[in-house]
Design a protein around this ligand. Structure first.
Ligand SMILES: N[C@@H](CCC(=O)N[C@@H](CS)C(=O)NCC(=O)O)C(=O)O
Length: 208
């Protein structure tokens, strides 16, 4: 029985959740919401996620929202996929650092740049400023294949996926270290499968 449902908009941040679902090898169903019809703001969906945002994942009747939380959750729920770091080890702390760095530093820093609204008070902004945030990330991926070292883990979906999008939109400068890191992430067969699933689900929803 399929007990995992992803509420999805194509394209959107829910691509990260789709990628992660493919990484863990779970069977899941996808419900595509139409932004043209504003389905993400209809009462039926607000009952799932009152933020009116995707992704939302329903697992065994429990709703999990926020892309990074979904990735972290799936890594723990499907340990055989090897995408988490053992609880109780110092490396788990670093793993959390990157999982949280994604939505609390990387993403707002890049959105600020994209929307040309950089320049708030450095001390008050959790990410300080965009240049520092990107420089910290660049240094992290310059000397090692993935954020946690040799092994691809859940934060690489969150940050690798975000960086891939950021460079594709032009919001993030294509530094060699970023391009090499994103290229490594892009080799993941699960990413390719998630893109195929995204296309198929979007086409199915459009013809329904
Ligand atoms: N903090 C959320 C952000 C989710 C988000 O902004 N999703 C966008 C798509 S990229 C969305 O649902 N937009 C529809 C809307 O706001 O109407 C997360 O990381 O999951």
């Amino acid at each position: 029985m399929v007990d995992l449902t992803l509420y999805h908009i194509s394209p959107s941040r829910s691509l990260l959740a789709l990628w992660m679902l493919e990484e863990v090898g779970a069977e899941y169903e996808v419900k595509v919401l139409s932004t043209e019809r504003d389905e993400q703001r209809e009462p039926a969906y607000l009952a799932v996620n009152p933020m009116g945002k995707v992704p939302a994942l329903v697992h065994q009747g429990t709703v999990i929202t926020e892309a990074a939380a979904i990735c972290a959750y799936l890594a723990d729920a499907f340990p055989e996929a090897g995408l988490a770091v053992p609880i109780g080890t110092p490396a788990r702390g670093v793993y959390y650092k990157w999982l949280f760095f994604g939505p609390s530093c990387f993403e707002p820093a890049v959105i600020d740049r994209m929307l040309k609204r950089e320049g708030g008070p450095r001390g008050a902004l959790g990410w300080g400023d965009t240049d520092t945030t990107l420089a910290v990330l660049e240094a992290a991926v310059r000397d090692r294949p993935f954020l946690m070292g040799d092994r691809f883990t859940a934060p690489d979906v969150v940050i690798g996926g975000g960086l891939r999008w950021g460079m594709a939109t032009g919001a993030v400068e294509k530094k060699p270290a970023f391009e090499a890191y994103v290229a490594r992430c892009s080799e993941r067969p699960a990413l390719k499968r998630s893109e195929e699933r995204d296309r198929a689900e979007a086409a199915r929803a459009a013809s329904a």
